[in-house]
Design a protein around this ligand. Sequence first.
Ligand SMILES: NC(=O)c1ccc[n+]([C@@H]2O[C@H](COP(=O)([O-])OP(=O)(O)OC[C@H]3O[C@@H](n4cnc5c(N)ncnc54)[C@H](O)[C@@H]3O)[C@@H](O)[C@H]2O)c1
Length: 259
Amino acid sequence: MDLTGKNVVYLGGFGGIGQKCVQELLQRPIKALAIFDLAKNADLLAEWKGKHPNTDIFYQKVDITKKSDIDAAYKATAERFGHFDVVVNGSGLMNDRLVELSIQINLLGVINSTLTALEYMDKAKGGKGGLILNISSVAGLQPTAIMAIYSAAKTGVTTFTRALANPFFFAHSGVGFVTICPGFTDTGLLEDIGSKTTFTYETPMLAMFNKVKRQKAEDCARNLVLAIETAKNGDVLMIEDGKTQEIDMPVMWKPTFVE
Ligand SMILES: NC(=O)c1ccc[n+]([C@@H]2O[C@H](COP(=O)([O-])OP(=O)(O)OC[C@H]3O[C@@H](n4cnc5c(N)ncnc54)[C@H](O)[C@@H]3O)[C@@H](O)[C@H]2O)c1
């Protein structure tokens, strides 16, 4: 999608990857940008508004575990922008000691945000179509034993997003879906992992985890914004070591049909 004149919603826009994505987006002539996040970063917001006076940038407080916050934020955005073309679901939490919250933020939150955004974007409901990118993870491509709950939630995000990319849905709504799977990226999310693992006992996975090379958040962001511009409905894109790789997901089940 050509981002010129487009209205974008970014969830988690003040996070490590989120703020670099916002900066990358603001390099394009987008018309408007809504940032949904748990807390406002007033300094960053003022800096972005000062540097980009031609883009309408605004913040909406959203706790993604609260459906009422999600509803209110999309409603306010639709009223202010008229419509929105792109949504990036980029909120997240990696802490397997908080089981319910991990599922609420990483999976249920993404599902609720996506379905709410569709109410406004779906062409069959009077919307203009567009693109929704859901940030999963490499832990949403294969089991990541050290963080089993996070991995389960992210696998849910991958599957949910791929399911919504079904060509029948796309023909109906005009909204494309892309799954983004970053590898290890240097942000606060990866801090103090030892106290966030699924189990409290020592495992060799922790030592391994700490040795994995981490890409810079800005390298991940450059690839993510490029995905908005170039990806196709249904793409699953791994962003690892500053590069994008399209993942060919295997078809495991081929049903037999009765006559
Ligand atoms: N850093 C990595 O190695 C990595 C790898 C793969 C995927 N990811 C995913 O990328 C996304 C961004 O992660 P990050 O590394 O920038 O982490 P981060 O901790 O820097 O940012 C997380 C963002 O989510 C927001 N958030 C957390 N709880 C929320 C809530 N209840 N309601 C609304 N917003 C909430 C935070 O405020 C923040 O803006 C997440 O989905 C994460 O799972 C990160």
